[in-house]
Design a protein around this ligand. Structure first.
Ligand code: ZN
Ligand code: MN
Length: 482
């Protein structure tokens, strides 16, 4: 941040919930579909059509509230937010005003100065509008998106710069995907956000005049828009100007924000209780059941991975960043009987093939049980690392039982001492030169001899065993001169 200034940023994040149907009707949600094929009198805003709230959307919003440590209202209410909406023919949005489903809550983020708590003001539930497309000489409206359940998460102005805003969005998305509240698909606009931003001189206590930037749908866009808007406000103030409270729009091509309209005040929306809907009363039994469905939060899971499995902080962070990966690791660690080895395999091999193949973890033929079995074979010395890596390539693509594969193909390492001793004897007889070198003190010659045994065993000897056999047979390096 430029010298002597700081920003105060609050976000309003709209999250598309994972429901099959819309907020107040039975039309299917979903990205695809012929325009205007997924609508009915309710989501088209026909007069007299009656809304029915989506129980699943309420459940998911309550789960998000619990996940983020908010207070769940036993009674909440839907209100009409009146406005001229070109993409919403009833000209009001059903939203929640002074009785939202969730109050408070917080998100922890990491900043350069250490961990920071970003306070949430509220979480409420509302409906999405239709989608307009502006062509040359005509505008088109697609109502497939109209009425999709949106959860809106409003923060306090706790974020001090664009990096903190980015860290917040990443942490929020992670928590919501963990709780299986949203798919969080940014490309499909499932997370959109409005930004409130003001600046003040450091040391000044009151907040400055804020501007609002609407409809940001990428995290990178939020970061860029904020960096530019903060710079603009500081420049304005330093030049003796004033900030006007207004709505601005991010112009990605020009890399700057531009004024859209001066801000209408909240009371201009003339909120009033939605007369077609009863207040939402939550039953204790439902609340208890929903609380029971909550997953362990990522931060707690990270701490547990470090404490219980003895994993380094870095490994625990990588493994818990994605819930599916964390679940996979835990199951594989249990099957393998060794968490550290399981962590190594998941972090290197499994995540590598996920990223190289472009497939999700769930789409691989590899199961936690088969990875665990493979790791067990390595631990027991049945196969060496090279054979294990070859088996892994097959397991993730085609699946299978590693132990059965090893038996069927005779891949097990030669652990039989007698068989090994015979191979060592043969190599000693065939290579008197290196044997003499080794006895003469050249330790490196042993590597050559071990290599010969590995060749004879077609890679199935355990190098550690071979080394031990040679050392027993020939004595230590330089034993001749001793
Ligand atoms: Zn509908
Ligand atoms: Mn909203």
């Amino acid at each position: 941040m430029s010298g002597g200034w700081r920003a105060d940023i609050g976000l309003e994040v709209h999250v598309q919930l994972r429901t099959r149907t819309k907020m107040f009707c039975a039309c299917p949600t979903g990205f695809a579909g012929t325009p205007n094929s997924r609508c009915c009198p309710v989501c088209l805003g026909y007069p007299g059509a009656l809304p029915v709230p989506n129980r699943e959307a309420i459940r998911l919003t309550v789960k998000a509230g619990l996940m983020l440590g908010g207070e769940i209202a036993r009674t909440s209410r839907f209100d009409r937010k009146n406005y001229f909406y070109p993409d919403m023919p009833k000209n009001y949005q059903i939203s929640q005003y002074d009785a939202p489903l969730v109050a408070g809550g917080a998100v922890e983020i990491a900043t350069v100065a250490g961990p920071k708590t970003v306070r949430l003001t509220r979480i409420h539930l509302e409906e999405d509008v239709a989608k307009s497309m502006h062509l040359e000489g005509a505008s088109l409206v697609d109502f497939n998106r109209a009425g999709t359940p949106l959860m809106e998460i409003v923060t306090e102005p706790d974020l001090a710069d664009e990096d903190e805003a980015m860290a917040f969005l990443v942490a929020l998305k992670e928590a919501l995907i963990y709780a299986q509240v949203t798919e969080g698909n940014l490309e499909e606009g499932q997370l959109r956000c409005d930004i409130n931003c003001s600046v003040r001189r450091t040391g000044e206590t009151g907040l400055g005049v804020k501007t609002e930037i609407k409809n940001m749908n990428t995290f990178k866009g939020v970061h860029r828009a904020l960096a530019s808007e903060i710079r603009r406000q500081i420049r304005e103030m330093e030049g003796g100007g004033r900030i006007v409270q207004e709505t601005r729009r991010w112009d990605e091509a020009r890399g700057r924000t531009a004024s859209m309209r001066t801000k209408e005040h909240a009371h201009d929306y003339r909120y009033f209780p939605e007369p077609d809907l009863m207040p939402v009363e939550l039953a204790e039994a439902d609340l208890a059941a929903w609380r029971g469905e909550l997953p362990e939060p990522p931060a707690a899971r990270r701490a547990r991975f470090e404490a219980d499995y003895g994993l380094p902080a870095y490994d625990a962070g990588v493994l818990t960043a994605d819930r599916a990966v964390a679940d996979f690791f835990e199951a594989a660690a249990a099957a393998a009987g060794d968490a550290k080895l399981a962590s190594n395999w998941v972090m290197t091999e499994v995540l590598r093939v996920v990223s190289e193949s472009g497939r999700g973890l769930g789409e691989l033929a590899l199961t936690p049980a088969s990875l665990g079995a493979l790791i067990r074979l390595v631990r027991e010395g049945v196969v060496n690392q090279t054979t294990a890596k070859e088996l892994f390539e097959e397991l993730w693509q085609e699946g299978g039982d590693p132990r059965a594969m090893v038996e069927a193909r005779g891949l097990a390492q030669v652990r039989d001492e007698g068989a090994l001793a015979a191979l060592v004897e043969a190599v000693v007889a065939e290579h008197p030169g290196p044997v003499a070198d080794y006895r003469g003190g050249k330790a490196a010659a042993l590597q050559f001899l071990i290599g010969q045994v590995m060749r004879k065993s077609r890679g199935k000897a355990a190098p550690r065993d071979v080394r031990a056999q040679f050392e027993a047979r020939l004595g230590g390096p330089g034993s001749d001169s001793a």
